[in-house]
Write a protein of this length. Structure first.
Ligand code: GDD
Ligand code: MN
Length: 358
């Protein structure tokens, strides 16, 4: 294979890591036509100068940006300068062992579009991580899986180390916020096949992590931005609107059957609840999840029974919250109910999006 390879590496104050990094990458790629492209945000420790000094000896190129504008945006800028048909992305700090590049490359040569170095497939790990960092990492991934369904194909969609065919992003507008460039590529890129290979995320040996609480806010902003761009925000709004319509059906029937047909009000309520569940289901099927419905009778009945079950548990959550806040925390019952409704709506959306229309 003689396709060209660019390894794009964002750097901010990584001077002491550059030489071992370049040497180890060269060990893996010296038989190929490759380049290492550093995108440096004007590091004050001489990272760019040191990298430049290596360029007679190794295929190293450097782009220096004027100020610190974030990891993901550095990679996007790097793509404009990278000449490779195959693009690799990794950190400069050796937390991604450069030797993993050979596994990634092997998968690409097998014809896979995107290959991800993954901490969360069998054989992968995070060395030296405390419980808090583990929970944050898993929580971040769960959130992406919940709100951005295409990421569900991948166990580690927030990995910072991956390789892909340039074609994947050829027609894409990449406008990430913060750190997670892979999330952006997965959502905006064109990828038929994706694979993950395990690796162990190593502790940093030199320099300091740039990760701060801001990155977590940025991550939420990034997810929100992708939801907006990919129509997932609209989907959530539609789901809530359908829920509101269900309230009308429910209340309307309760009133109608009790006042006009003379039913006992509890019977009217039971009929109202079930009817609203069914009307919600039909509306969601055609209006909220049209891209994820299968029209066969069998599958429709399957979805309906799942939706029914979820709705009943949501009712229990609503009432449980109402009771808890009112009785235990002394909150005014109408306010408690608002919290109950909000919690039930989130539960409803989450489980239905994962399970009913997946
Ligand atoms: N150009 C540029 N600009 N580079 C940056 C910036 C920036 O604003 N911020 C960080 N970097 C570079 C660092 O120099 C390093 O090479 C890389 O981006 C990762 O930064 P770290 O601060 O070491 O990140 P981390 O170790 O907390 O998190 C990394 O690992 C995660 C797990 O795989 C990131 O790569 C995440 O994307 C990744 O998910
Ligand atoms: Mn790091």
């Amino acid at each position: 294979m003689n396709r060209t390879i660019s390894i794009v590496i964002p750097t901010y104050n990584e001077r002491d890591n550059i030489l071992p990094l370049v040497e180890r990458i060269h060990q893996v790629l010296s038989d190929y036509d490759y380049e290492i492209l550093f995108i440096d945000d004007n590091s004050s420790d001489g990272t760019a100068e040191l990298a430049a000094n290596l360029s007679p000896q190794y295929p190293v190129n450097i782009v220096v940006r004027n100020n610190k504008r974030g990891l993901a945006s550095a990679v996007v800028d790097g793509l404009r300068y990278a000449r490779g048909e195959i693009i690799g992305v990794m950190d400069a700090d050796l937390q991604h062992p450069p030797e993993i590049l050979s596994d990634l490359l092997a998968e690409i040569q097998n014809g896979t579009d995107i290959v991800i170095a993954s901490r969360y497939v069998k054989g992968g790990a995070c060395q030296g991580w405390g419980l808090t960092r583990r929970i944050i990492s898993k929580g971040a991934i769960a959130l992406a899986h919940l709100l951005l369904p295409p990421t569900r194909r991948v166990k580690d969609p927030v990995s910072g180390c991956f390789m892909f065919n340039r074609q994947v992003v050829a027609g894409a507008q990449l406008t990430p916020i913060g750190y997670k460039i892979l999330l952006e590529v997965l959502m905006e890129g064109e990828s038929g096949s994706i694979a993950e290979v395990p690796y162990t995320f190593r502790p940093r040996s030199s320099g300091r992590s740039k990760l701060s609480a801001w990155q977590q806010i940025d991550y939420l902003k990034h997810i929100y931005s992708l939801m907006r761009r990919k129509g997932e925000l609209l989907r959530f709004v539609k789901f809530c609107l359908v829920g509101l319509s269900g309230v009308l059906v429910n209340m309307g029937l309760l009133w109608l059957l009790t006042e006009m047909a003379g039913f006992p009000y509890l019977l009217s309520a039971a009929i109202g609840i079930e009817t609203s569940i069914i009307s919600n289901f039909i509306l969601n099927d055609f209006f909220t999840f049209p891209d994820r419905r299968s029209p066969t009778v069998r599958s429709t009945l399957n979805r309906l029974s799942k939706f029914n079950l979820v709705s009943v548990t949501a009712l229990a959550i609503n009432m449980g919250t109402l009771w808890l806040l009112t009785e235990v925390f002394g909150v005014y019952y109408l306010i408690s109910n608002l919290f109950g409704i909000a919690l039930a709506a989130l539960w409803n959306y989450g489980v239905n999006s994962y399970w009913t229309w997946y």
